[in-house]
Structure formats: C-alpha cells, structure tokens
Write a protein that binds this ligand. Structure first.
Ligand code: MN
Ligand code: MN
Ligand code: MN
Length: 286
C-alpha cells in the first residue's frame, strides 16, 4: 500500500491547489493520502471532493506549529473530526497570528525602504491559488526578487527573512502540550514531524520525544522524504526504544523540487505503521 502522510497545497505554502495535489498523488500511485497544510484546514474540503471523485482514500491532516524548549516544533494531526470546536478555535487563533506576523514583516521591510511587501507577497500568493491565509516568508521572498531588492530567494532569506533577520518575526505559537491537547480533543492521531530537522543534540531530541509522548503523541515521522538513510535509522531506533508508531511522508511542496508525492525512503519493516490505525477511531479525551 503506497501512502503519503505529509504534503502541502496552496492552502499553506505549497504551489499546487488541493485538488491538484490529490490528482498528482493519484497519478503517482498513492493510495492513502493525508494533506497536511500548515496551521489550516482550508484545503481539506477541496481535497476530499477530488479524492472521492478518483476513488482515493484521503485522511484529514494538519501540520501544527508549536513551541518546545525554545524551538518551533511541527506536529502532524491525522484522521480528526475537522469540526471539533477546540481545533477550529485553535486554527482561527493561528490564522490571526499569521496575519499579524505578515503585517509586521510588511512594516519592517517598509522601514528599510522596501514598501508594498504585504501587497506584493499577497499577489505572489494569489498567483498560485486563492487562499484567505496570510502570505508566508517564501511569498515575501518572491516579492523581494520581483521588486529587484534581491537576486533570488536564497539572498532574500540570507539578508531579510531568515532566522534572526528582520523578517523573522516571532509568532506566539501554542506550547507542545497545548497543540497536542487540541488535536487529542478532536480525536486525532498525532505524529512528531521530521524529528531530525530540529537543530538539537541527541539528548535534547530524546527529551522532546519523551515530552511528546507524555503530552499524548502516538507516532514519530521516521521517514520524511529523501532524508539521509542514517537519519531514518536513527529515528527508527528512537521509535523502537519508545514503543511508538511510525509515519512516513514526502513533505511535498512543489513539483520539480527535492521532494515528490509518494517519494520517500523505505520505512524499516519492523515498525508499526500509524496509518493502519486510522480505521480505528481513537477515543477522544478532554
Ligand atoms: Mn512548509
Ligand atoms: Mn514541517
Ligand atoms: Mn511540512
């Protein structure tokens, strides 16, 4: 069974509309797909219609940002009740937070002689697909290129948008515990996204996993796209040690980049796949 439990559409920072993501995954032989846009459920209805028309299985998904140990962490929620009030409220708060952040980036760039950034980033975003969500940093980067302030995205991030730069506006994310409580109240299965991507020592990564489990997490994303095989091995060891389920996904954002739908390193065969649990409704907890 070919599954992909991690990908993005124009509802967040991907470049294909939700229905296009579904169609592309189907063409590539994916049988179970979860669309996991950042901090939004906006693409799920369109994706569901497209999946139903193709007779393909779509799992409700979301990638939530939260904080732990001074870092921003991503957690993946699956197979939840998308109308759950606590989840809807948390998504609404995040949505507003992202708009406030975009407005702050706009003010800061204007103060440095780069006016019109929000409008420009919004135009970039609208060119990709209609979304009511705030533009994200890649959209601002593209605006800076088009306006001639930088040569390319790399320079945009290096000078203005990257970590610690003027456009790196800290958003007030929920804590790891809060994010997991929200997902659990909606009956979600929860996986810790790309645990190797955080700039942590081995012992800090183990502490994160322990806290994630204590907060009610179920799985580790053992395979994220084409990450190096040694990392998959390291995460498999962690999953075994902590007795966790395993999830896999491409983290697809755009065609032609370094990731593709349904493409990721193999999952070690002894690990229990998270997606086999999706048929069994999780008891919701308060
Ligand atoms: Mn992304
Ligand atoms: Mn992520
Ligand atoms: Mn992602």
């Amino acid at each position: 069974m070919k599954v992909d439990l991690h990908c993005h559409s124009t509802a967040s920072d991907g470049v294909l509309a939700p229905a296009e993501v579904v169609a592309r995954a189907h063409e590539r032989g994916v049988e179970v797909l979860a669309l996991t846009d950042h901090d939004t459920l906006e693409g799920l209805d369109e994706a569901r219609q497209a999946a139903d028309a193709l007779g393909m299985r779509l799992i409700n998904g979301v990638e939530l940002s939260c904080t732990w140990g001074g870092a921003t962490i991503h957690v993946l929620g699956y197979a939840f009740a998308s109308e759950a009030p606590a989840l809807r409220q948390a998504i609404a708060d995040l949505h507003q937070g992202r708009w406030l952040r975009a407005e702050e980036i706009d003010r800061r760039l204007a103060a440095k002689g780069m006016p019109g950034a929000l409008e420009g980033a919004r135009a970039v975003q609208q060119g990709l697909g209609d979304s009511g969500n705030a533009p994200a940093r890649p959209h601002f980067a593209e605006f800076l290129v088009r306006a001639g302030h930088v040569r390319d995205h790399a320079e945009a991030f290096r000078k203005w948008l990257g970590s610690g730069k003027l456009g790196d506006v800290k958003q007030h994310w929920p804590s790891l515990e809060e994010a997991l409580a929200t997902l659990r109240s909606a009956g979600a299965w929860i996986s810790l996204a790309h645990p190797w991507q955080y700039d942590f020592t081995r012992s800090k990564r183990r502490r994160l996993v322990a806290d994630f489990i204590a907060a009610g997490g179920h799985a580790l994303e053992v395979v994220n796209g084409l990450q190096p095989a040694e990392q998959v091995g390291g995460l498999a060891i962690l999953a075994r040690e902590f007795g966790m389920l395993a999830s896999v996904g491409s983290d697809f954002h755009a065609p032609g980049a370094w990731s593709e739908l349904g493409m990721y390193r193999p999952l070690p065969e002894d690990l229990p796949p998270l997606w086999e649990r999706f048929d069994h409704a999780r008891a919701t907890t308060a």
